[in-house]
Design a protein around this ligand. Sequence first.
Ligand code: T68
Length: 828
Amino acid sequence: SPVPAPAGATHPLAIGPVGAPEATVDGFVAQYLRNLNFDRGVTLSASTANDRFYALAYTVRDYLVARWLEGVRRYRASDRKAVCYLSAEYLLGRQLDNNLLASGLSDIAAEALAQCGVDIEELRAQEVEPGLGNGGLGRLAACFIDSLATMSVPNVGYGIRYEYGIFRQTFEDGRQVEQPDSWLELGSPWEFPHPEAAQTISFGGSTEKYDDGGVTRSRWVPAWSVQAVPYNYMVPGYQNGRVNTLRLWSSRANHAFDLSVFNAGDYVEAVRAQTFAENISKVLYPEDSTAQGKELRLQQQYFFVAASIRDFIDVVLPEDFDLTRLPERAIFQLNDTHPVIGVPELMRILVDEKKMEWDAAWAVTQQCFAYTCHTLLPEALEVWPIDLLGRLLPRHLEIIYRINEEFLLAVRERFGDDEARIRDMSIISPDGAVRMAFLATVAGSKVNGVAELHSQLLREKVLPAFDEFFPGKFTNVTNGVTPRRFVRLANPELSALITEAIGDGWLTDLERLRELEPFADDADFRTAFGEMKAANKRRLAATLQARDGLTIADDHMLDVMVKRLHEYKRQMLKLLHIVTAYDRIVSGEVEASSVPGRTFVFGAKAAPGYDMAKRIIHLINAVGSVVNDDPRVEGRLKVLFPPNYNVTLAERIIPAADLSEQISLAGKEASGTGNMKFALNGALTVGTDDGANVEIRELVGDDNFFLFGMSEPEVEALWARGYTPAEFAEKDAGLGRALDLIGSGAFSGGDASVFAPIVSNLMNDDRFMVLADYTSYIAAQDRVDDAYTDTAAWQRSAVLNVARSGFFSSDRSMRDYIDRIWHTEPLG
Ligand code: T68
């Protein structure tokens, strides 16, 4: 169906559609060379690798754009409800292969480039991944928008185009050093900037009452503003002709305004003020689990949320749309509390700008938002001091006060003047801060946790009063991951094996992996599976060699712990196991040849201001140097810690892994999503009963999962009894020795002071009960060693892990959100 022609158009191409280039090798080559010549302004022979990469990206784009525009047109002609996913982070990973796969052009592109004498591998390596997220939360957003496009569900992903994403990690003498992530340095071929469509976003100032034809109303008189410039990215569905939009906002100075506010006749000062505005989207905050209450962060949050809501109302919806019907057209999904300031913003738009009655506006708002919580850690729950919020967004603070007032009135009506309850439920905390999770819960139509256990704890422990007050509001949606990126692209060998065994179609219907179960007992299949793992290890070895000069032994078990560095995730527990395994061999307690060779792989970034996490990174590197240099364990134990773990590296490491470490203290990891990626790639998990591990274990079966450690109720019971970590170090000789080795300077050239703070923290505080779970963890690792020696049995378990993990597709998560929260439908 052609795009409607503008009035006066007569040329057939103007009436359109212009159409994509022909999906043939010849068509691809022609378009590729055209882009190289006319967009890059170079000939093939004079081109740089970056030119050739750009031309390739532009060519892939050219195939997708026609479908994108057509989809936008069809959506606008429909009256479908769209999912507006509001997320401060999107950890996208590289786009090239994903977009080739989605458009079904992988083979054509490979052949076309080969015929041009261009090395596609070299071009792949040119792409800098947009690291616009910290970890699980940002990657989840990226998986979700992939699934929505694949399921043809209308969706706009809204977020921030940070100029600097998550820092690039390097090590100096084993210590983390952060480098700026200047991912835009060579440009970004996938984005479509629209500076002409910028929106004005205001801040500061005051509020005033005014007379509006006999009605007294409030309005905001802001003091300063910036421009929000949209950058569109295509989000193609997997081979379904659908392309959704990711719209990221970039801040820019609002010249007219800045000249008056920031200078008095001083041109240079005025231009300098521009950097003030541009600061808002300058850099991603690298904290993944603390809420610091920094003003710039609140500016970022309001900036992107205000621009996004306005965009949906003014640009996406038809002109003069009746906003009382907004819930029929939009659901704003809040990815954690970061976008919650959108709640008072929508109220402000409806009440102050559209002159809707408060109650009607509140009814609309409550139906338009839903909130996903990603944590249980108290220090990660966002609160904004009222003085800060009032200074930056005075009208929003007033609106929050009124929401709270009416909410607490309703609580009093239900429960009487129970002041303790009122204090516990007030959106404004006793020390004068806005509790964003409370605001989100009061405003949202639904509140969900991200795995069964997490949702249960959220209801029962974090927000029980709200659960009682709002029956039916709390629900669970267990996280998922996109099988397109994390199986098909990351592990083409496994994908081929699966397709050979069960046919195709599984990539969009992942429960079909169940059909692999019988192959677990097929010796030929298991052998092929083993060869796949070996090939992936060789591929990883080549990557690590080229990237970091690291080497991996061929015949080792690959034991992997990759995730953000945080005490609750317990990288220290993993280290204690390594030190124990090392100590057992060098002390002669075990014969080196009696245990399978293991390579331990870490990947982890620490928040730059998180001292203990950085010290643990230093210790991992220190233990690694000692172990790797000790001839007594040569060929048996090896520790690798490639720096700068990111999506690109994850795609290499996960398919090669044999063992997946998911060892958080029970009750602390909301879900985990790495755990799902490993299981889907045939690694066995050693894990606690935490987050989605619980569901993984239930699905793959106890025989195919190494469970250890206290359960969440056991953790609670131990806290209640009183936890004295030093007692655990006394009871287990191996633990005592490992701690002594670390504390005595065995890994710091004899200087005990370097790692003493880690040991003393474990012995005296140990908030995450590392010592309490040590004995059980070592026992589980001994079971792992035993199991690994029986190759056939191990591979059988690995195949069963793949076969039984189809539940963890983000397509299933999206179906759950649709059924339980959004009630949207695909655009047919
Ligand atoms: C993670 N959270 C959870 N937060 O830790 C993980 N936080 O269990 C879960 O699987 C994942 O979310 C997806 O649900 C995060 O990744 C952050 O990155 C973050 C960022 C900024 C502020 C707070």
